[in-house]
Design a protein around this ligand. Sequence first.
Ligand code: HEM
Length: 140
Amino acid sequence: MEVVLKILHFFSILFAGGVTVGSGVIQAAYLRAGEAPPPYIGKAFALLGYIGLGSIVALWVTGIGLSYLIYGGMAINGAFHVKLLGAAIVLGISAYANLHVHQAIKAKRPPNTALMKRLVQAGRLGLVLAIGGAAVAFSG
Ligand code: HEM
């Protein structure tokens, strides 16, 4: 069971990171060109957002499972709490960004670029805290 959860945890990290880097690069290309993405690319951005949210939810489900299986609970160490803070930031930001994009699509207007940029930056900070926290928390 532990190995299955770990594999799923690592795949979720791959997807969460892939979405962050991929949408960042495409968003930056549009910003540099001073153009708004056409509707079909907007839909692809929305799909990337859902994949990101699904990945972070999967990280929490598999992460909580691993914590209880390996350590008997979530009180592992200080660095683990930094990792959890980072993961909580990523979850909150991803949920909020998805909600914003969903509402914008429903209202047939483009998402707020400045807000999305700030959310992406905050999400990156969360990922750095989560990965840095994991490296410190789990190194012997
Ligand atoms: C953005 C979110 C997250 C990222 C980037 C992340 C990253 C990582 C990484 C890189 C590892 C491998 C560490 C190692 O084995 O040395 C790991 C393992 C682990 N993670 Fe996460 N994680 C995230 C969310 C979570 C959450 C929310 C929890 C718990 C609620 C969690 C609990 C664990 C546990 C228990 C392990 C296994 C440690 C071990 O093998 O001893 N993770 N995580």
